[in-house]
Design a protein around this ligand. Structure first.
Ligand SMILES: [Zn+2]
Length: 150
């Protein structure tokens, strides 16, 4: 879908803005499903690659990757909570822990959004403005606006 969107939008001589969301990652995190979280994250990775591949063809495309929030508190390599082997993924949100064997994590209820910092990565012209340590999420709008010359 990302490749097709780029193919269509890139025909505009004025340039384009495209937002691609891996929204199902959030849904999988809400139900604490490690398998779907992984699959949706890998699908999002393919979308990011399509954008980066297009950007590599010229020097005028800024690609930004971030998240609007974290959900569920997926922890990799967590300490053994309930007879877990070290390294098993565990969803942990506050005091509510989800546990079960291997990939088939058993939900103990819907996970919530957390206040955990999320990555902000950029590639292309102006990308250096996105890597200043911590950035307030509202600042991203202004950086994108500046990047588009608006
Ligand atoms: Zn959500």
């Amino acid at each position: 879908m990302t490749q097709k969107a780029i193919e269509i939008l890139s025909k505009d001589d004025d340039g384009f803005f495209l937002m691609v969301e891996g929204g199902r990652i959030d849904h999988a995190c809400h139900i604490r499903c490690y398998e779907n979280t992984t699959a949706e994250t890998l699908a999002f990775d393919v979308a990011v690659k399509a954008a980066l591949d297009y950007a590599s063809l010229s020097n005028d495309t800024l690609v930004i990757v971030t998240a609007d929030h974290e959900a569920g508190g997926l922890v990799l390599g967590a300490v053994d909570f309930y007879n877990y082997s070290a390294g098993d993924p565990v969803f942990a949100s506050g005091l509510a822990l989800s546990h079960g064997p291997g990939y088939n994590l058993t939900s103990t209820g819907m996970a919530t959004h957390t206040a955990v910092d999320v990555p902000l990565m950029a590639s292309g012209p102006g990308a250096e403005k996105f890597s200043r340590g911590r950035t307030d999420n509202t600042e991203i709008f202004y950086l994108m606006k500046e990047g588009m010359g608006l």
